[in-house]
Design a protein around this ligand. Structure first.
Ligand SMILES: NC(=O)c1ccc[n+]([C@@H]2O[C@H](COP(=O)([O-])OP(=O)(O)OC[C@H]3O[C@@H](n4cnc5c(N)ncnc54)[C@H](O)[C@@H]3O)[C@@H](O)[C@H]2O)c1
Length: 408
């Protein structure tokens, strides 16, 4: 297994606390998530007192010039053009996968087989079969002391982590409802090009696997239990789009003249059932005009409710149903106190955090797990379970919304 090693040139330049053993990071993909993860790895050891010193050892992309430029911009010591070479490097202890879903399984399986720790972006894979193989490999690797985690970064928002703690403490009582929406609008224009996110062979599914995976994970994390079955509708509103010219980055790309078929869903709506009997509703779309990255979740229990809105990510709304009716009401908890999750190392109360901090927290949690022999969550088994919910959604949608149990 790749062991933390003493500092080298890259470590001295990228890490902090030179007395600490280095943890060499190798990242595949350097666009949207690559930039976000780079920021996480660069920052975590400078903010939190970590047991190991993350070192940005090498980044991988397929174009030699572009990946070298990205390495310099994002702070990586070396650049590789083949992910196999990245995995084989002695100075890489953890492989961080920031590529589209069609390469997650192959890279993760090879990295685990090579004895490396793995962080894999969501969704874990494009199919349940791939996710099963990854979860099994991660389980076996875990027995050898390796760590594998999925990048469901919204769990690492302080307000979401606080909400989880409050649910686990029984602050809303027996759960009845989870209501969650994840809305974007970057596909409203029918001329937006046919990037990898709109092709089944590269993305697995559309809004479902992209946004739906996040909200299924978040709902299950906050509820503390899995979705056991769903009834679903999916739709592809625009069935042909212009082919892209050149590479896309994140949600941006430019369009050429020729059209190609969209082979994924544009929107997914589904209801779900938890084992406890609680009901959930989910909506994931790229056609919610005016909604840029709107993720809202509300949980209603017998004794209270919690609500979170990603556009106000330093806040958590809480209704305490045990208070006298004359005094009760939703109250806003400003989640910036040093005792709140992840906040001990950041700014004074009231000086809020943002989206990018989730990736710093993700790196922090992984470093602790690796140093302390922990099994960080969400595990690949958790990623597989989300994948099974997504598969049940697709199956239900194909059968006119018939209720479809989640495979186990
Ligand atoms: N956690 C989140 O909030 C979040 C947000 C966006 C995307 N994602 C996930 O992150 C992953 C990447 O998405 P993105 O938005 O960064 O995509 P992107 O298009 O911006 O970047 C993809 C990168 O992967 C590289 N790449 C593709 N195939 C490769 C290969 N075989 N070898 C080496 N490099 C390869 C591309 O060159 C590019 O650098 C996806 O799984 C996506 O679902 C997660």
């Amino acid at each position: 297994m790749g062991q933390p090693h003493e500092g080298d040139e890259a470590g001295d330049r990228s890490g902090t606390g030179s007395d600490k053993p280095a943890l060499g990071v190798g990242m595949v993909g350097y666009a949207f998530m690559g930039a976000a993860h780079s920021q996480g790895w660069r920052t975590a050891g400078h903010v939190f007192d970590l047991p190991l010193r993350p070192v940005l050892a090498a980044v991988c992309g397929r174009d030699a010039t572009a990946v070298r430029t990205a390495a310099d911009q994002l702070g990586w010591a070396a650049a590789e053009t083949d992910w196999r070479a990245l995995i084989a490097r002695d100075d890489v202890d953890i492989v961080d996968i920031c590529t589209p879903g069609d390469s997650h399984a192959e890279i993760a399986l090879a990295a685990l087989a090579a004895g490396k720790h793995v962080l894999c972006e969501k969704p874990l894979a494009n199919t349940v079969g791939e996710a099963e193989a990854m979860a099994e490999a991660a389980r076996a690797a875990g027995d050898r002391g390796q760590v594998a985690m999925v990048g469901f970064n919204y769990r690492r928002l302080p307000a979401a982590a606080l909400a989880r703690t409050m649910v686990a403490e029984g602050r809303i009582g027996h759960l009845r409802h989870v209501r969650v929406t994840y809305l974007q609008d970057w596909l409203v224009d029918p001329q937006f090009p046919l990037t990898w996110r709109l092709r089944k062979e590269s993305a697995g599914s559309g809004a479902l696997g992209d946004l739906g995976a996040h909200i299924v994970d978040l709902a299950q994390y906050l509820a503390g239990e899995p979705v056991v079955g769903v009834s679903a509708l999916t739709e592809t509103f625009v069935r042909e789009r212009p082919l892209p010219t050149g590479a896309s980055v994140g949600l941006s790309a430019s369009a050429g003249g020729h059209l190609g078929p969209v082979t994924v869903d544009d929107a997914a709506l589904f209801t779900g059932r938890f084992g406890s009997g609680a009901l959930a509703s989910f909506e994931a779309t790229r056609y919610a005009t005016g909604r840029k990255n709107s993720l809202r979740i509300e949980l209603n229990g017998e004794e209270g409710s919690l609500a979170f809105d990603l556009e106000r990510l330093n806040e958590l709304s809480y209704y305490d149903g045990t208070e006298p009716g004359t005094r009760a009401g939703f109250r806003r908890i400003l989640v910036t106190e040093p005792d709140h999750p992840y906040l001990e190392a950041w700014w004074p109360p009231g000086h809020g955090l943002g989206y990018e901090h989730t990736f710093v927290h993700q790196a922090r949690d992984l470093v602790h797990a690796i140093a302390e022999g922990g099994r960080p969550l969400p595990s690949f088994a958790d990623g597989l379970q989300v994948q099974r919910v997504l598969a049940a959604v697709e199956e239900s949608a194909a059968k006119n919304s018939v209720y479809t149990p989640t495979a186990s």
